[in-house]
Design a protein around this ligand. Structure first.
Ligand SMILES: [Zn+2]
Ligand SMILES: [Zn+2]
Length: 267
């Protein structure tokens, strides 16, 4: 399994011990990450091999046959381990025809904003395709130095997490795509949703028990995103630390802020 998945799995196990309030969801995430890491490895091994696409799938991902073959196992994993409302979604999809699942994979992959599949109904398909998106991005070798926009330079989706990295005496901010996990630089004091630049309108909150996670809010568009401060803890894994900081989501939502983009678990 590639080292990035191994690190995420180990971080989830560590935070599961440290944060009892998030233990259940991190345990579930750990199972998903294991599956994702294994799928990523399979895709790497299969890459270069050209497989014929099933008819009617011209617009879909090239590796669709490999993905379709693995999807039922992923749905079974969710049925057995997820919180109840996600189990229901996975069970429905598991009972559907392969054509329906192929259509859904294509639709979520193309990521159009007019998608019929919203909220938690996206969850199994999105979580399943996430390692594939990462695989396709890495395989493309595309670089985006100098890119400064708020949407992902590779797949044009919204960022899901902010990251602060040490730069000189301070920290530089980057954003991480909610789907393909591309990371790109973004100005530190500007809202990634509405481009507000007034520091007075961009409050940042932290909580004592999670010192390396910041809630970055915007009072103009009432959106928020969580930023993982790697200058405070260089061992953090942004995707995992973001999931673990559930209390901060509840806190922000109680104050009327809406998350810019739900995470992998649609939270
Ligand atoms: Zn992306
Ligand atoms: Zn804003």
């Amino acid at each position: 399994m590639s080292s990035s998945w191994q690190r995420r799995i180990e971080r989830a196990e560590e935070l599961e011990r440290l944060h009892p309030f998030a233990a259940q969801i991190l345990h579930f995430y750990g199972k998903i990450a294991r599956f994702q890491g294994e799928l990523y490895g399979r895709l790497e091994n299969a890459s270069g091999v050209h497989q014929p696409k099933p008819s009617g799938a011209e617009a879909g991902p090239p590796e669709l046959p490999e993905l379709l073959a693995r999807f039922p196992d992923f749905l079974r994993l969710i049925e057995q381990n997820a919180p109840p409302q996600l189990q229901v979604v996975a069970r429905e999809l598991h009972g559907a025809s392969e054509a329906t699942r192929a259509e859904l994979l294509n639709e979520v992959w193309s990521g159009s904003d007019v998608t019929q599949v919203v909220g938690i109904h996206q969850f199994p398909t999105r979580a399943f395709l996430q390692p594939y998106a990462e695989f396709v991005r890495v395989r493309s070798g595309i670089k985006w130095e100098g890119y400064t926009h708020a949407l992902c330079p590779f797949c044009s989706r919204k960022p899901g997490i902010g990251v602060l990295r040490q730069l000189g005496d301070g920290g530089s901010r980057s954003l991480i795509c909610s789907f393909c996990l591309a990371e790109w630089q973004f100005r530190r004091i500007v809202c990634p949703n509405c481009a507000e630049e007034n520091p007075d309108k961009l409050p940042v909150f932290t909580a004592g028990e999670l010192p390396n996670v910041r809630v970055e809010c915007c009072d103009t568009c009432k959106s928020y995103m969580k930023t993982i401060d790697l200058t405070k803890n260089g061992l953090a894994e942004p995707v995992v630390d973001e999931i673990a900081a559930i209390p901060l989501d509840l806190w922000a939502q109680e104050r009327g802020y809406t998350k810019l983009q739900p995470n992998l678990l649609q939270m």
